[in-house]
Each structure stands twice: as structure tokens, then as C-alpha cells.
Design a protein around this ligand. Structure first.
Ligand SMILES: Cc1ncc(COP(=O)(O)O)c(C=O)c1O
Length: 363
């Protein structure tokens, strides 16, 4: 019950162990097509360019930036936690200028600040932000930010690593342009795969690039020779075949449950966890309307022995919870309720395990 990787579903673990076949085997090609369709469902999009990058969420992030950003561009980057800072780093490594919009850690991205930045930077091409900030548990209003970006003629790059499958994410309805996620959070799949989706507007910008995409591996044009459906598939890289079996199974599980039902389940067990944590005297870091159900960040009580409690939870109860990152290290805990781990018995177990340890104090 940390911030990810979450517990992998037993059906997914079973799928990984199936015999490995060639990455251009007709059966594998059929599975790839199904993965794309299932990912469109998970992302709630009809985008043709929806596929899994064969690498973790950070590669999905780079894939969006290196394809859309060219040297000299201006990108408005919202930063309200660890992962916004990585977006800024990506922009700068693409030779572009990042116009930072900062919000306090634990708060959502403020759309009015985004609008101010859009007015101050008429040359901006993209607005980049994190939908679900795993470092703090704050959810930002992706729909409002995307509408603002469109109003000012900008595309959006959206980090949905922690939101996909856990809380509402509607790529087409909200008009998001380049979105990346991860397999290891609310999909309860193996770590190491990054689903991405690109809108037609984003593809048009990529087609009209003046410069070559600097990453060979993440160049969308080249990747589509393998993942595209229309032309004959050609070798690009050796796909992680068994990891794709896993992703296929994880996405099937999500489809069987229904994505709306999965969002509702996360909310339901978050409510029970919230009540229990508050009864134990723990306060949430994020204000109510912006709390992610899948990432519950609570402040540590005064004098509480952070590292000792977490290691005793692990050793005595076999239960992992997350520490604070960056500026929040030593100040908060992050309790994940992601995918398969988001079940009533886990909520009860976590509360019971924590109860006996909360009185442990720094010596
Ligand atoms: C919001 C967010 N973005 C990006 C990443 C990076 O993903 P990965 O660790 O799979 O590379 C993470 C990982 O936890 C994340 O939570």
C-alpha cells in the first residue's frame, strides 16, 4: 500500500508466465491490437496513436516531450510536487524554455495562474502538468486547464501515471493532447510499461516539426512502424512480450470491471480509509475536493518515529506504506490504494496495523 508499484493482480502474474512468442508472431500482433483498443478504453479516447511505450512512466514522459517540443519553444510547466520538476527538466533538455507556474506542494495546480502564464507568454506552445501528483496526493483539474490551453492555442502534455484506472480521466471529453501513464499504479500490472496517447492535434504538430526528434527510441514516427495498425508492422525494438501479456490481462480486468466502476471502488475504499485515519488522529495533507482516492497523504504526528514505524510495518505486518518525497520527506506518509490493492480487507488491515504503532516516538 505504497505509492506504487501496487500489488500485481494474480491473473496478471499468471499471464506473465505464458510461453514467450516472437514479437512479430501473428498471435502477438493480434494481442498488440487488443492492447491498443483496451488502452483507448482505459484512457477514454478514440486516438489512433494510443499504445504502450516499452519502458517505465518516465519514458512515457520523455516520449511526449521529445516528440512535441523543439529547441526554442516555450512550454508552460506547472509544478506542485516532484513530478512537475521532472517535466521542467525534460523541457530544458529539449532545448526549450520552461515558464514555471508554481503551487505549494499538497495543493492542486491553480488554473488562474495557468491563465496568467498563458497571457504573459503568447509564444507558448504547450501547457504541461501532472494530473495526479503522487508525491502529495493532489489532483488537478485537467479539464479546466486543457480548456484554457486550447483557448490560448496551446497543446497539453498531461502526466496521468497515477490517475489512469483510479480516478476519472477522460482524454477526449477533456481535450487532452499528449497523455502518459504507468502500468504499476492503478492498473496493478508489472512496473516498466508506459501507456501513451496522442491527439490528432498533437500529431499534426509532430508532423510539422522543423527538426528531427532527438531520441531514436522514442520517435513516434518510428514507433508507429511497429505499433501502427494500418501498414505492415516492421521491427523497431524487441517488445517485452511477456510484459505485454501482463498489460493485456490488466486492461482486460479493468474492462471487465468497467472503468467507471473502478473509479467508484477507489473512492469507496478511500472514504473508509479516510475515516479510519482521521479516527487515529491523522490529518490529510490535501484539502477534501482535491484528494486522490488512490494516494492518501497524511501528516505525521509530532515526534512520530517515521522510519521506525514504516520499517516495523514492513517487518511485522508485511505492509508497505510510502514515505514523503523531497520537501515532504519525514513529514508525511503516503498510503496507496491502487488497483488490486484497493480492497476493503487492505483498508482494515492497514488501520489495524498502524493503530498499535502510532505511539512509537523518536528516541
Ligand atoms: C506522477 C508520476 N509521474 C511519473 C512517474 C515516473 O514513473 P516511473 O517511475 O514508472 O518511471 C511517477 C512514478 O511514480 C509518478 O508517480
Amino acid at each position: 500500500m505504497g505509492p506504487g508499484p501496487s500489488d500485481v493482480h494474480p491473473r496478471v502474474l499468471e499471464a506473465v508466465g505464458r510461453p514467450t512468442i516472437g514479437h512479430l508472431d501473428p498471435q502477438f500482433v493480434r494481442l498488440m491490437d487488443e492492447v491498443k483498443t483496451l488502452l483507448q478504453y482505459a484512457f477514454q479516447t478514440k486516438n489512433k496513436m494510443t499504445f504502450p511505450v516499452s519502458a517505465p512512466g518516465s519514458a512515457g514522459m520523455e516520449c511526449c516531450f521529445v516528440n512535441l517540443v523543439e529547441p526554442g519553444d516555450t512550454v508552460i510547466v506547472a509544478q506542485n510536487g516532484v513530478f512537475g520538476a521532472r517535466m521542467k527538466e525534460n523541457v530544458e533538455r529539449c532545448g526549450a524554455v520552461a515558464a514555471l507556474v508554481e503551487d505549494e506542494w499538497g495543493k492542486p495546480v491553480d488554473p488562474s495562474k495557468i491563465e496568467e502564464a498563458l497571457k504573459a507568454h503568447p509564444e507558448a506552445k504547450i501547457v504541461a502538468f501532472v494530473h495526479a501528483e503522487t508525491s502529495t496526493g493532489a489532483e488537478s483539474d485537467a479539464e479546466t486547464i486543457a480548456k484554457l490551453a486550447q483557448q490560448y492555442g496551446c497543446l497539453t502534455i498531461v502526466d496521468a501515471v497515477t490517475s489512469l484506472g483510479g480516478s476519472p480521466l477522460k482524454v477526449d471529453e477533456w481535450g487532452l493532447d499528449a497523455v502518459y501513464s504507468g502500468s504499476q499504479k492503478c492498473l496493478s500490472c508489472l512496473p516498466g510499461i508506459s501507456p501513451v496517447t496522442f491527439s490528432e492535434r498533437a500529431l499534426e504538430v509532430i508532423r510539422n516539426r522543423k527538426t528531427k526528434v532527438q531520441s531514436w527510441f522514442l520517435d513516434i514516427g518510428l514507433l508507429m512502424s511497429y505499433w501502427g495498425g494500418e501498414a505492415k508492422r516492421t521491427y523497431h525494438h524487441t517488445a517485452p512480450v511477456n510484459a505485454m501479456y501482463a498489460l493485456h490481462e490488466a486492461l482486460l480486468i479493468l474492462k471487465e470491471e468497467g472503468v467507471e466502476a473502478a473509479w467508484a471502488r477507489h473512492k469507496k475504499w478511500h472514504e473508509k480509509l479516510r475515516l479510519g485515519l482521521e479516527e487515529l488522529g491523522l490529518n490529510f495533507v490535501v484539502e477534501e475536493p482535491y484528494r486522490l482516492p488512490q494516494l492518501n497523504a497524511v501528516s505525521l504526528p509530532e515526534g512520530c518515529a517515521d522510519a521506525e514505524i514504516r520499517s516495523r510495518l514492513l517487518e511485522e505486518f508485511n505492509l508497505e506504506i510510502g514515505a514523503g518525497l523531497g520537501a515532504m520527506a519525514g513529514k508525511i506518509w503516503r498510503i496507496g490504494l491502487m488497483g488490486y490493492a484497493c480492497r476493503e480487507e487492505n483498508v482494515t488491515f492497514c488501520l489495524e496495523s498502524l493503530e498499535g504503532l502510532l505511539s512509537v516516538r523518536v528516541k
